[in-house]
Design a protein around this ligand. Structure first.
Ligand code: GLN
Ligand code: ZN
Length: 763
């Protein structure tokens, strides 16, 4: 019989119960015992849900107070020295929280550990920090306790742990040079014995299977790492009599496939949604291993085409029999929890969707069908009908969009003139000083702004009153910027809750959930829009706000848009056409908006693409194809303007080394980036490439409430000027100001403007 299992379930709770409890605990409003109680009841509920759906094994260790990698660092005693962890005491919950956030209800505050993106997801993990003299030990009991907990509730627990190679790869240390530094492998000698103890403890608890996550097997691995696998898994496999399930996800194994198949593990899990490795070859080399196939997409929200999955599985079922297991492609951490709660989505749309809980039901349906259960047929039939309806729904297919897309190849991808000519014309129109000053777009969002938006959405505030209130905010924002004497102003984005949601709500083809939260980091969740159909812009989205803002001042006001790649990247994207196609639809809608802004007299237009880099595929060999269409979409949105209209873009990061060519190909007149924290060194990429257009390297970190000093910003800009021509440089903060306070912002901007003046005088 085919075994059903799951790699991990979202821990945040259908109503974000964990978020609420964590934040109350951190604020001192909840006792630790009460927090522990919330955690226990969430685990209990989630295990029960999985068992009730018919899963044979439930994951344990997928629950984390903040992050599963941090949880594992604490289990291994990997606590940086600054947290003053006693080397033979257990690591406490508050120490875990101090590592995550710098502070906790007890213990001395210290600088929090770094956080970074988990592969190509929007989840962030806490980066393990390894000291040169790093020791490992079993320093936290929670995993073992949770195994007992699950068992006491009548489940068959399958602990989930990061594999040693993935753990080291994801970690950092001053003495290491990048993620794949082979010097890290020297730590295996001290790390593996602790893994062996861990496995022995689990075996003593009667655990049958342990899931060892090694997602780095879907990456381009240096030889030394690939070679280390056999040695490591030889030692792990011999540690105890528990069976190891090697889990990989987020892609195919490619050149790591044979390595994985050679390992002495009892089973291997492959992501069949994103991985295309040849199953014939896999089965031929499988030996007596279990093959777990991840056939339900853990990264998106569409119902699965179960017929197609079954067709691929049937031959394998005969060949593998009991050794065929089924699961979602990856942990369901990346899915929203429960579609049943969505009382404001219409039934048609709902019938196309599947969240974590529904994905388990899909899995059970597949299991039933493979067993030949008679009632699986009804379920399969219902799913088939829903998918057929979706395929033909007029809500998805808009002939106008299709016609426009078909002709989009004819649209020009180039500005009228090269940058050197454009910038001269822009300068005639804008008359900006050297080192022009600007901001990235948003200004502080006050409680009044948020409640006005909320009231208007709830129908408690009329359109007219809402418009008036937002116009007042815009007017305040313009006056404020004139007072601090910035050169290029913005309207402040008061009307925007979120830079993607705002546009999604105004475009056709998008839907929004009420509870479709996905954990981003710690207690923070995001609620991505769902792009379900062809994207079209029924009417202008930002023009009236921009026009109003411009009417208040003689200085140029930047129009402010979110770019096509970022809108795509931060949404759940339809799976019935290529991402590139969907992106192009968004790009065409934005193209119209850009031209309408220009028509309304807006001379400077910014199209933010903070997500361009995170869209990079996991394998380098796939980068170029992605960058080609991403750049094409950006250009499609922006190039339809006159030479004297200035196009800006913004990206909140600074690692451009490996994508500088694509950045240059965007051909934005001005790009503003994050550099203040890196001391401008990251501008080297632009220097080496001889990047030709204007650049605004952020001169202060908007994440910090501290007021940046004039001298410090001047020095940073001088460093920038050593790398790039002075006349190409702008002066601006790192990112938008919406999370700051108005008062601290004023001081910061006044200093920034002073710094720009000093630079001009020095030049
Ligand atoms: N224009 C946006 C803002 O200022 C950009 C935000 C971002 O880059 N993430 O808020
Ligand atoms: Zn930014």
């Amino acid at each position: 019989m085919t075994r059903l299992h799951n790699l991990g379930f979202p821990r945040i709770g259908a109503r974000r119960e964990l978020k609420q409890a964590l934040e109350a605990y951190w604020a001192g409003d909840l006792q630790q015992s009460e927090l522990e109680h919330v955690g226990r009841s969430l685990r209990q509920r989630h295990w029960a849900l999985q068992a009730d759906a018919g899963l044979d094994l439930v994951p344990v260790g997928d629950f984390a107070w903040y992050d599963q990698i941090l949880e594992f660092s604490c289990l291994l005693g990997v606590v940086p020295h600054r947290f003053a962890q006693d080397a033979d005491q257990p690591v406490s919950l508050d120490t875990l929280f101090r590592m995550a956030r710098g502070r906790a209800p007890t213990g001395t505050p210290a600088a929090a550990c770094e956080m970074t993106k988990w592969f190509d997801t929007n989840y962030h993990y806490i980066v393990p920090e390894l000291a040169p003299d790093q020791r490992f030990r079993l320093a936290r009991e929670s995993l073992f306790e949770q195994v007992e907990e699950a068992r006491a509730q009548g489940h068959n627990p399958k602990p989930v742990i990061p594999g040693p190679l993935t753990y080291l790869y994801l970690s950092k240390g001053e003495h290491f040079d990048g993620a794949d530094d082979s010097a890290k492998l020297a730590l295996l000698d001290t790390l593996i014995p602790v893994y062996r103890q861990l496995l022995q403890r689990l075996a003593d608890q009667g655990v049958e299977w342990v899931q060892v996550d090694e997602p780095i097997l879907v990456l381009d691995l240096p030889d030394a790492w690939q070679r280390a696998y056999l040695r490591v898994f030889d030692q792990l496999a011999g540690a105890s009599n528990t069976k190891l399930l090697l889990a990989t996800y987020f892609g195919g194994l490619g050149n790591n496939l044979f390595t994985a198949l050679e390992l002495p593990v009892a089973g291997i899990h492959l992501d069949r949604v994103r991985g295309g490795d040849d199953l014939g070859q896999i089965v031929a080399r499988l030996g007596d291993k279990v093959l777990s196939l991840g056939v339900i997409n853990g990264r998106n929200i569409w119902r699965t085409n179960l017929d197609a999955v079954l067709e691929a599985l049937l031959p394998l079922r005969h060949e593998l029999g009991e050794r065929l297991w089924l699961a979602p492609s990856c942990s369901l951490l990346h899915s929203p929890v429960d579609l049943d709660q969505e009382d404001r989505l219409d039934n048609e749309l709902k019938s196309w969707l599947s969240f974590a809980k529904q994905k388990l039901d899909e899995l059970a349906l597949l299991g039933g069908a493979l067993r030949g259960d008679s009632h699986a047929n009804a379920g399969l039939q219902a799913q088939r009908e829903a998918l057929q309806a979706r395929a033909h729904s007029p809500r998805i297919h808009n002939p106008d969009v299709a016609a426009r897309l078909a002709k989009s190849g004819e649209l020009c991808r180039d500005r009228q003139s090269p940058f050197a000519e454009r910038i001269a014309r822009q300068q005639q129109a804008l008359k900006l000083p050297a080192f022009p000053t600007t901001t990235i777009g948003s200004f502080p969002q006050t409680r009044e702004i948020r409640s006005a938006r909320r009231d208007w959405k709830a129908g408690k505030l009329s359109d007219a009153d809402y418009t008036r209130q937002m116009q007042e905010e815009i007017a305040l924002c313009i006056r404020y910027q004139e007072e601090v004497e910035l050169d290029v102003l913005v309207h402040g984005e008061a009307e925007r809750n979120d830079m993607v949601e705002y546009f999604g709500e105004l475009l056709d083809g998008f839907a929004f959930t009420r509870f479709g939260w996905v954990q981003s980091y710690g207690s923070r969740c995001v609620k991505p829009p769902i792009i379900f159909g062809d994207v079209q812009r029924p009417q202008p989205m930002t023009v009236e706000w921009a026009r109003y803002a411009q009417s208040l001042t003689d200085k140029p006001v930047k129009g402010m848009l979110t770019g096509p790649v970022t809108i795509l990247q931060w949404s759940f994207v339809r799976d019935d056409q290529a991402r590139a196609e969907t992106c192009k639809q968004i790009a065409l809608a934005l193209r119209d908006e850009v031209q309408d802004l220009e028509g309304a007299g807006i001379k400077v237009i910014q199209i933010d693409e903070p997500a361009l880099r995170e869209g990079l595929p996991l394998r380098k060999s796939d980068w170029q194809a992605y960058l080609d269409w991403a750049v094409d979409c950006f250009r499609l949105s922006t190039v339809g303007v006159q030479d004297d209209t200035q196009i800006h873009t913004h990206m909140c990061y600074s690692e451009f080394n490996d994508i500088i060519q694509a950045i240059a190909a965007l051909d934005a007149d001005v790009i503003t980036i994050e550099t203040s924290r890196s001391n401008m060194e990251l501008l080297d990429a632009f220097r080496d490439f001889q990047y030709p257009n204007d650049i605004g390297p952020g001169v202060y970190d908007i994440h910090s409430p501290n007021e940046p000093a004039v001298d410090w910003m001047v020095q940073l800009m001088e460093k920038a000027a050593r790398r790039l021509p002075r006349e190409r440089l702008w002066v601006n903060p790192d990112c938008g100001l919406k999370t700051r306070q108005w008062e601290e912002t004023r001081g910061a901007l006044l200093n920034m403007v002073k710094a720009a003046r000093q630079l001009r005088n020095a030049g």
